[in-house]
Design a protein around this ligand. Structure first.
Ligand SMILES: Nc1ncnc2c1ncn2[C@@H]1O[C@H](COP(=O)(O)OP(=O)(O)OP(=O)(O)O)[C@@H](O)[C@H]1O
Length: 223
């Protein structure tokens, strides 16, 4: 569903990433790891077409990202849910309203029961009416995950969702992502946390991708 063929990316001043060949299959669970500044966020941004490759070919949902129409891009945005590293919210709207925002923006009706069920799933029922600044780091990440999945995307891309939370919360977030994967969603999760990868490997068949020396490599089985 996401196919890189000899893809490179640079912000100017040489390639940050080069020679990327990868096929992300539907229903897979991939971790993405690598040193700080190696290009994890950049790679993820290509996966949801926030950035276009500088060279090579990238197909998302069987379409060349360079040739997508405006409707094609809108469709892609609906089919891929993203949890951003900094998970920003509109601070004057409640948590529930923020989570429902992708539906509201798309002009779709918000089913109150579905919304509360989603907030319950991420453990934020009590915070539904709170404002985002009142949330803890882990609560913000869970709200961001709920917002990323409200459109029922096929793919979930999460950029270091466990970066600023404690170990228990990291595991809780991981459990939610594993549940989504068991429901058939494709998951791509960037993390520095090798312990989290080890825990995940006990729960689900995962692959680990590592960025090293500007290249994306499939890491060995025994991390
Ligand atoms: N918009 C930009 N313009 C120019 N350089 C950028 C831009 N965004 C990122 N970079 C640079 O590209 C490199 C890779 O950044 P990226 O955020 O992809 O790395 P990362 O592996 O996600 O890092 P971290 O683990 O610290 O979040 C860094 O050197 C960064 O400074």
């Amino acid at each position: 569903m996401i196919e890189f063929k000899n893809v490179a990316y640079g912000y100017g001043g040489g390639d940050l990433l080069t020679g990327i060949d990868l096929s992300l299959q539907a229903g897979s669970f991939h971790f993405l790891t690598g040193p700080s500044g190696s290009g994890k966020t950049t790679f993820l941004k290509m996966c949801y077409r926030e950035l276009l490759p500088s060279a090579g070919r990238l197909d998302i949902f069987d379409q060349d990202v360079r040739e997508m129409s405006r409707d094609g891009v809108a469709d892609l945005r609906r089919r891929i849910g993203v949890v951003h590293q900094d998970c920003q919210f509109l601070d004057h709207l409640s948590v529930a309203e923020n989570v429902a925002l992708p539906l509201t923006v798309a002009g779709r009706a918000v089913d109150g029961e579905d919304l509360m069920a989603l907030l319950g799933w991420v453990g934020l029922s009590k915070q539904a009416d709170a404002l985002p600044p009142e949330l803890s780091g882990g609560e913000r990440q869970r709200a961001a995950l709920a917002r990323a999945v409200i459109m029922s995307p096929e793919v979930i891309i999460a950029d270091e969702p466990t970066g600023n939370v404690d170990w228990d919360m990291s595991q809780r977030l991981l459990t939610l992502l594993v549940e989504l994967n068991r429901m058939g969603k494709t998951v791509l999760l960037a993390t520095h946390d090798m312990n989290l990868i080890r825990v995940a490997k006990q729960q689900v068949a995962t692959r680990v991708l590592r960025i090293s020396n500007r290249r994306l490599q499939a890491a060995g089985a025994d991390l």
